[in-house]
Ligand binder design. Structure first.
Ligand code: ACM
Length: 685
């Protein structure tokens, strides 16, 4: 993949904008995400938006572009309340003097590496969006919508020229619909979110131990017995593929084989490596049931299955999973062991390679290219397959060095509840890479992974957004675009823009808090939940609770956001205050601490009437004590007063206690309070 060396200097666009005095008077810094490749400001005058706004399609205009421009107009009109003259846009509806011209040279193909570049020029009187393909024009329209600004005179767009193109051709989001089924509307609104941040692949994890989610005509027991009735009909799948295609997004299905396959074996135990019977899996973790790679029936079955799916899913890539085969059912099967001996297959990895080769033959017959998790890597496979790295970046580098294309998900596991910053700084090709240019060109991009064990349709958006927008920027924007503070500043704005598309990551928070507080007033609960986060990584599974497909995912831990912005802000204020204890800095800290100090008294009576909240009661009390301790530390630090021995001892005991998770959430301000106490102690030594 040739990455264009820009003819301009490649800027991290937002930094440029922030430093431009001409825009400082009209707006705060631009809130573009992902940051475009190049921005040039023309002058300080902007294009004023009014109810005469009209667009024209020039060059190649197909139905996809018409629909996209129509959607763009509706979003603009929705945000501004302006009644535009145009309704459904086609090239035939072009007005004589359009204010915005959209020109695409051809219809883009939904293929890896398709041209997604665009140029957007905004002057006082005219807006022009030019692109090599309509997909590029779609990307440009999202930038255009993000540029909408306001001042006292109304709505306007800054006068600007943007040249933009992605750094990586593969910018994906995996949604696991097997662990928890996600209805059509969940997928659609997430496709809208993806389009808004220029992502272009939905990796649809359709089958796993816990559920087989596709209607299958060739082997109908798969969806009948393997899904509890939660699956997509063929019509629904076509509808989603079309919806994604309208947004320039590929849909790549994953059918995970030979392991992660219990749901298949429930229906067809004869595919398995033990006789069965198999029952639907409700628990999480790595399971034993695995297809038998030594039986011809397995390949006959999969041939018929892939023939049907290859016709249903138009994408050129099929993901075959291939991860986490623990081999236990293979080891226990005498006939499989005999097969390995007879065929000089030394171990399970080699046996899986044998299986993969057979699968590859089937996929090739149906004109599909194979992609799989890094376990499938095996140097005897042809180099037009893609290795999907999830266990580490080493496998990505290794496969690129051996001539394979790769995409990265290690570091983009959004189900592990890590901060946006962590994902943002995880570069598929870090600045210090030792890979050659050719090797680097084999790295196609990456995918955020929304694994579905702990999410439901109600919470899934809050685990995907807004953090995935930071990953989208990492994959679209230049490597040097890595200012974390500015990313967070823009992420907050983009998060609200994403909500406009129907995503529920913000609005469901209040709804869940209302339910948790038994429809009492939520303010005190919100003050508390605003400063907690779910325990990280896989901790939720190791605290004495066994979650299953049908557990409640409605507790405080599920409502809590993956990243507390309030805690982040408090932590920054504490650092600033310790660095420079001005009255203003002290005041800001004190204001927050006073709120927390008084919160428990308000929350306690609510907890008394909501048993589901009892698990966080002691933590709410800890927050109050921490606030009191924080206030003492702030005062002592500012006034050069000593903390008494007793104060220090009780602060230590409190900090120890407050660090312990309860109800599977952690209080995210403990470390800052500790820092403040420490600072007060050190200063007055
Ligand atoms: C994986 O997370 N097992 C690909």
């Amino acid at each position: 993949m040739k990455k264009n060396i820009s003819k301009f200097i490649v800027f991290c666009a937002f930094l440029v904008m922030q430093n431009l005095p001409i825009l400082a008077s009209t707006t705060t810094a631009l809130n573009l995400m992902p940051a475009p490749r190049e921005i040039m400001v023309i002058n300080s005058a902007g294009f004023r938006l009014d109810d005469g706004f009209s667009t024209a399609l020039e060059g190649h205009a197909d139905a996809r572009l018409s629909k996209a421009v129509t959607r763009m107009l509706r979003r603009l009109s929705g945000r501004t309340g302006l009644f535009f003259p145009q309704d459904y846009i086609t090239a035939k509806s072009n007005p004589e003097t359009p204010q915005m011209i959209i020109r695409a040279s051809r219809t883009g193909d939904l293929l890896v590496g398709e041209d997604e570049s665009y140029q957007l020029t905004i002057t006082e009187n005219q807006i022009t969006l030019e692109a090599g393909t309509d997909i590029g024009a779609l990307r440009g329209m999202e930038t255009f919508l993000q540029l909408l600004s306001v001042d006292e005179k109304g709505y306007y767009f800054p006068a600007i020229v943007i040249n933009d193109a992605p750094r990586f051709p593969w910018r994906g989001l995996l949604i696991d619909v097997s662990r928890h089924f996600m209805p059509v509307e969940v997928i659609k609104r997430n496709l809208d979110g993806m389009a808004a941040v220029k992502m272009n692949v939905l990796h649809w994890h359709l089958t796993d131990d816990q559920g087989f989610r596709v209607e299958c005509q060739s082997w109908p027991k798969l969806h009948e017995m393997g899904s509890d009735g939660f699956y997509y009909t063929r019509e629904q799948i076509k509808e989603i593929i079309a919806y994604a295609a309208d947004r320039g997004i590929r849909i790549m299905p994953e059918f995970d084989v030979p392991a992660h396959a219990t749901s298949w074996l429930v229906a067809y135990p004869e595919l398995g490596s033990t006789p069965g019977p198999y029952s639907p899996e409700r628990r999480w973790g790595i399971k034993d049931p695995t297809m038998d790679p030594t039986k011809e029936f397995t390949y006959e079955f999969l041939d018929k299955f892939f023939a049907e799916m290859a016709a249903l899913f138009p994408d050129e890539y099929f993901h075959i999973g291939g991860d986490e085969n623990n081999g236990s059912h293979w080891n226990a099967n005498k006939q499989i062991q005999q097969f390995m001996q007879d065929n000089n297959i030394p171990d399970n990895h080699a046996l899986q390679a044998h299986f993969n080769k057979r699968i590859l033959q089937i996929l090739t017959k149906y004109n599909k290219k194979m992609i799989g998790w890094d376990e499938i890597f095996q140097p005897t496979l042809p180099t037009d397959i893609i290795i999907h790295s999830w266990r580490g970046t080493e496998s990505l580098v290794k496969s690129a060095q051996q001539g394979y294309m790769g995409i990265l998900s290690n570091g983009y596991y959004i189900d592990l509840i890590q901060p946006a910053e962590y994902h943002y700084l995880n570069d598929p090709i870090p600045a210090n890479t030792t890979m050659s240019e050719d090797e680097q060109n084999r790295i196609l991009g990456g995918e955020a992974t929304s694994w579905g064990e702990l999410v439901t349709p109600e919470t899934v958006d809050s685990r995907i957004w807004p953090r995935t927008a930071a990953i989208a920027e990492r994959l679209w924007s230049s490597q040097s675009c890595n200012d974390v503070e500015d990313m967070y500043r823009r992420l907050e704005v983009i998060s609200l823009r994403l909500e406009e598309l129907g995503l529920t990551h913000i609005k469901n928070y209040d709804m869940m808090l209302r339910r948790l507080s038994n429809n009492q007033i939520i303010t005190p609960l919100k003050t508390f939940v605003d400063v907690v986060e779910p325990v990280k990584k896989y901790e939720r599974h190791h605290q004495g609770i066994t979650y299953t497909s049908y557990s409640p995912y409605t507790r405080v831990v599920d409502a809590a956001r993956p990243e507390s912005m309030t805690a982040r802000r408090f932590n920054q204020l504490a650092d600033q205050f310790i660095e420079s204890p001005t009255p203003a800095a002290a005041q800001e800290l004190t204001d927050l601490l006073e709120i927390w100090k008084n919160n428990h008294a308000s929350l306690k009576p609510i907890i008394a009437k909501s048993p589901i909240l009892q698990e966080i009661e002691t933590m709410s009390a800890d927050l109050q004590e921490l606030a009191v301790t924080g206030l003492v530390a702030v005062r002592a630090y500012r006034k050069h007063k000593n903390l008494s021995k007793k104060q220090i001892e009780s602060a230590r005991a409190l900090l120890e206690k407050a660090k312990k998770p309860r109800g599977q959430v952690e209080l995210m301000v403990v470390d800052s309070i500790e820092k403040l106490v420490q600072a007060a102690m050190n200063k007055n030594k």
